[in-house]
Write a new protein. Structure first.
Length: 211
């Protein structure tokens, strides 16, 4: 089976020297990609340029991406070139981009590299492109998996966020983890199926069997 795994963080530029990004090493997705390749699948891994995990990728093809838009373009291109059986979207994408920069006196300012001489600057953020909801149109016959990394709120609220993702994006499974959920991982599938994995090796093994 041909499988896509996305991993690592995207970034959104502030100027040509600075950027917004996420705390993501890419380790989880690299682990998945290598395990699925070792199981005999043809794996294409799209890894964020800022991923810090040093583990080598042992996949058919590795592609780097920068912004959400860049990742979206590469995924759409792959969808036209190949027939994929699954897409595991584990990348930690930015939720916001810089819409404009405003000086302390209210002036909108722009620069290739902002100087501290400008004084206080305010970043006005706008939502970025959401990639996950677009996957079903690009990969209509593939098994699609999203991730929900929830830090704030209760366990019940974390599960509610996972079920919303399943409903709103038409993915086949959502992996839930983070402080709001607790240790390990939960695999949520419609209509109300939940399976738990104690750690990353158990999660990888579950996916090996499922795929």
């Amino acid at each position: 089976m041909k499988i896509i795994v996305t991993c690592g963080p995207s970034y959104e530029p502030i100027d040509e020297a600075r950027r917004l990004t996420n705390f993501s090493t890419g380790r989880l997705g690299i682990t998945f990609a290598n395990a699925l390749a070792a199981a005999g699948h043809e794996v294409f891994c799209l890894k964020g340029e800022q991923a810090t995990c040093p583990d080598p990728l042992r996949v058919r093809e590795a592609l780097a991406f920068s912004t959400n838009e860049d990742l979206a373009g590469k995924l759409e291109g792959l969808s036209r070139a190949h027939e994929f059986g699954a897409v595991l979207h584990a990348a930690a994408l930015c939720d916001f981009r810089v819409d404009r920069v405003v000086a302390g006196d209210g002036r909108e300012v722009s620069s290739r590299k902002f100087s501290t001489g400008e004084g206080e600057l305010h970043l006005v953020l706008a939502p970025t492109l959401k990639v996950l909801p677009k996957l079903r149109a690009w990969f209509p016959r593939a098994r699609l998996v999203g991730w929900k990394y929830e830090l704030a709120g209760t366990r019940e609220e974390a599960f509610a966020a996972a079920w919303r993702q399943l409903q709103e994006t038409d993915v086949d499974a959502c992996v839930l983890n983070g402080a709001a959920y607790g240790s390990g991982f939960a695999l949520c599938r419609r209509p109300d199926r939940v399976e738990t994995c104690a750690d990353l090796p158990a999660l990888v093994e579950w996916f090996r069997r499922w795929l």
